[in-house]
Design a protein around this ligand. Structure first.
Ligand SMILES: Cc1ncc(COP(=O)(O)O)c(C=O)c1O
Length: 424
């Protein structure tokens, strides 16, 4: 018999909202979720890269409760400590010189804010996105999103003057090259084709790039590509927007993935892991850019909710105190090495890649044909055995491992035992 909650949800929640599992949660703590079936699951999806500090970290629960006792809402009527303190705290962990923030509620909203800020600050209209990028479902963010045309279906026309350059997906090079003969041709395509045939560089406000591609397939771009892209932006006065909604808050073994490339973004978007699940997001920028956005040029009622901000400060402090970023780096390395070892036995594990605890395992035949069916079966078997994994990529053939950053090596080993068992 169907659980009552599922029955009600199916009857009254918009069917557009897709659930990854049939679990009805009773409780969630750390890396574990207890279901209505009294089964305990290891959460290797982290509520889609949100519970970086684990489910309901005690310090976050305490900070939120304390803030709730004081007040819950401001709506820009008054200033409050948790928001100002969070902005100050964030500026100490940002890549580069980002030190001013506009708080909102979701990743998509932060992306909208970044688009508006870049256009306002530069007086230019063009935006460059990347094929395979995911930036959210609101119409501006969706116009940048090309991880799948399915997300865009039914919503055209989208925002004009957005152009997409090929993302450097070296395992399946969009330019048909291999690494030994690659001359970052995908960047040349942006420079020599898009910025000559479609829109001139002086009309482009910004590029918006995920420093590790998320929904599009957990793809790590090569260092030389990122450095050349940044240099091109600097040469042409184009702002560099790092969408770190998924890669942020320690996920890749650094506070932010931009650090892996030594890149100082002009603008950054933050959400997901920022507040352990309390709705909060931010667009951050250097003061020089933010000061070009005058009073009233953007606004929000709920953005920067006092409880969410208190939860965010406690989340950041938890990540710091528990040294979760170092743990993500170490356990991530262990996991990649172990999956690489599995590849010998299971050649359909076609590619394994990632940084920290943002690990993608691509399923394909030896001919390179995506094998989504096999991954789907693997995910179901993992779920039956207490491990939650979700997929990504346009063909849904990439398993992503993104557990909370506190996962211990022995817990990762157990999860990989379940994963390997499901492959057999
Ligand atoms: C890189 C990136 N940007 C933006 C978003 C949109 O975030 P939200 O779902 O909170 O609107 C996502 C969500 O997956 C994302 O991965």
């Amino acid at each position: 018999m169907k659980n009552n909650t599922i029955t009600k949800a199916k009857r009254h929640l918009a069917p557009a909202l897709a659930f990854h599992t049939g679990i009805v949660a009773k409780k969630a703590r750390g890396i574990y979720i207890e279901g209505h079936d009294n089964k305990t699951y290891m959460d290797f999806a982290s509520g889609l890269a949100v519970t970086n500090a684990g489910h309901a970290p005690p310090a976050v629960v305490k900070a939120a409760k304390e803030q709730m006792e004081k007040f819950i809402h401001s709506g820009c009527i008054f200033y409050y400590e948790s928001e100002a303190n969070l902005a100050e705290k964030l500026s100490t962990i940002m890549p580069g010189d980002i030190d001013m923030f506009f708080f909102s509620n979701s990743g998509a909203e932060a992306v909208e804010g970044a688009i508006k800020l870049a256009r306002y600050a530069t007086g230019r209209q063009g935006i460059i996105g990347f094929t395979g990028g995911f930036h959210g479902r609101s119409l501006g963010a969706l116009s940048l999103t090309t991880s799948s045309a399915r997300y865009r279906k039914g919503y055209h026309p989208l925002l004009p003057s957005i152009y997409h350059a090929p993302y450097p997906y070296c395992a399946r090079c969009p330019m048909g090259k291999t690494r030994d003969i690659c001359r970052t041709d995908c960047l040349t395509y942006l420079e020599k084709r898009i910025l000559r045939h479609h829109i001139l560089p002086e009309e482009v406000a910004c590029v918006v790039i995920e420093p590790v591609l998320g929904e599009g397939g957990y793809i790590v771009p090569p260092l030389d590509y990122m450095l050349k892209l940044k240099a091109l932006c600097e040469k042409e006065g184009i702002l560099f927007v790092a969408d770190e909604v998924q890669t942020g808050f320690g996920r890749t073994g650094r506070w932010f993935a931009s650090e892996h490339f030594g890149i100082k973004p002009d603008i950054i978007t933050l959400a997901k892991g920022i507040a352990s699940g309390f709705p909060l997001s931010a667009v951050g920028a250097t003061s020089a850019i933010m000061k070009r956005w005058p009073k009233g040029a953007h606004g929000t009622t709920f953005g920067g909710n006092p409880v969410s901000c208190a939860a965010a400060i406690a989340t950041i402090e938890t990540i710091e105190k528990q040294k979760l970023i170092k743990n993500a780096e170490n356990v991530g390395k262990y996991a990649v090495a172990r999956v690489k070892h599995m590849q010998k036995r299971y050649p359909f594990l076609w590619d394994v890649r990632g940084l920290g605890l943002m690990i993608g395992i691509e399923f394909a035949g030896t001919d390179g044909q995506s094998d989504a069916k096999r991954l789907s079966k693997t995910i179901k078997r993992c779920l039956n055995n207490g491990l939650i994994i979700v997929e990504c990529g346009i063909d849904k053939n990439i398993a992503r491992l993104m557990p909370p950053l506190a996962v211990k090596e022995r817990e990762m080993a157990k999860a990989l035992d379940i994963f390997e068992g499901a492959l057999a």
